[in-house]
Design a protein around this ligand. Structure first.
Ligand code: SF4
Ligand code: SF4
Length: 361
């Protein structure tokens, strides 16, 4: 499947008959299934923040009953784009919301900090306006993305794990995968960045990613042969001698983009069991995972809500009795760790890569 096919199959545009049909169906059904586990609705209790509410806004907008405004933008952007409402419903609701975001930005209504982040990408290739990961030669192309590019020490540890599994990671002269530009509503900047990204990655036979969101964007948005590095790790279990088994009870937080869109659910658990961990599951796991609060730009739009969502997830992890909460996504890791810190660290939040490094080195 090419990226164009992958994305165009889901993509909606304001005014499309398909989008009109879908929001009308939602209006007629008003079943509310999407509100079960919507991380924002769970906290605010406001219909406007649920998928149902956003679909009603879009319907009203398309019928000319709602005018674009900053207030409208703030409602539509109060969402982590976690995709719980895609899993609970027959239609790709998050694509509705992304298109409404792009429509509002086109009309001049956007969230200031998200504009700043996307300008950073335009100017430097990175959401942080910092250099991306330092290129290095090797045999397997690894795409670090903005978040690991910014954290050079953590990236070094991740690459060391890949080496311990027998890989020789190569890093190219990267730019952002473009996901933030698309979902923050800046379609023109997304299209411009896409040209740069594809130029860097188009000849690669395989790309291993370190961020679930980058994986989705490289595959669905660009048709690139990308997959999460944990998938390659699982194929090399025989090469991974465990020198210091992890004698701990661990719970794994499934990042939304891994579990709901790329079907990467078993791999982290296989890796954790390989190094000796005992896994206990949170009630919401796999495709029914709960958001960490860090997605969709919410940290910039409503940092208070992002932290509350993170705390709810940490609480769910604590209730399992595990001593370690682990994940592989850089955004989930940061948000969960900050939430845990605010709660007085009731559980240790650790990157799965650090657990692997400790066990394999
Ligand atoms: S978005 Fe889907 S699940 Fe939610 S109320 Fe509408 S039809 Fe039901
Ligand atoms: S994407 Fe997530 S946060 Fe946004 S409306 Fe759907 S369930 Fe709620």
């Amino acid at each position: 499947m090419s990226g164009e096919e992958g994305r165009s199959d889901k993509e909606r545009r304001i005014g499309d008959e398909r989008l009109k049909d879908e929001v009308m169906t939602c209006y007629a059904a008003s079943c509310g299934l999407c509100r079960r586990n919507c991380p924002i609705y769970d906290i605010t209790g406001r219909m406007v923040h649920s998928s149902t509410g956003k679909n009603r806004i879009i319907r009203g907008y398309m019928e000319g009953k709602i005018e674009p405004s900053q207030e409208l933008a703030e409602a539509v952007f109060t969402c982590t784009l976690c995709g719980n409402c895609d899993v609970m419903c027959a239609v790709p609701n998050t694509e509705h919301f992304i298109d409404m975001r792009q429509e509002l930005v086109e009309k001049g209504f956007f969230i200031g900090p998200l504009d700043a982040v996307s300008r950073n990408v335009e100017a430097t290739g990175s959401i942080y306006a910092q250099p991306m990961a330092e290129p290095r030669p090797g045999k397997v192309t690894v795409y670090a993305g903005c978040r690991w590019g910014y954290r050079a020490n953590a990236l070094r540890r991740i690459l060391a794990v890949l080496e311990l599994a027998g890989m020789e990671p190569r890093i190219l002269d990267e730019v952002c995968c473009g996901y933030p530009l698309r979902v923050f509503g800046f379609k023109d900047r997304y299209d411009a960045n896409r040209g740069r990204l594809v130029k860097v990655l188009e000849d690669q036979e395989e790309i291993l990613t370190l961020c679930p969101t980058c994986t989705v964007e490289l595959v669905e948005g660009n048709g690139l042969p990308a997959r999460h590095a944990m998938e390659a790790m699982v194929e090399r279990l025989g090469d991974m001698e465990v020198k210091r088994p992890l004698d701990a009870v661990v719970t794994y937080h499934d990042p939304c983009h891994n579990a709901r869109y790329m079907n990467v659910v078993d791999e982290p658990r296989v890796l954790l069991r390989h190094i000796g961990a005992t896994i206990v599951e949170m009630p919401n796991h796999g495709v029914h995972t709960t958001c960490c609060g860090g997605g969709g730009g919410l940290v910039a739009t409503r940092s208070d809500l992002a932290t509350e969502v993170g705390k709810a997830r940490v609480q769910e992890a604590v209730a399992t009795g595990a001593t370690i909460l682990t994940t592989d996504c850089p955004t989930c890791f940061s948000n969960l760790r900050e939430a845990a810190q605010e709660m007085g660290n009731p559980i240790k939040v650790t990157l799965i890569w650090d657990l692997l490094l400790r066990a394999l080195r």
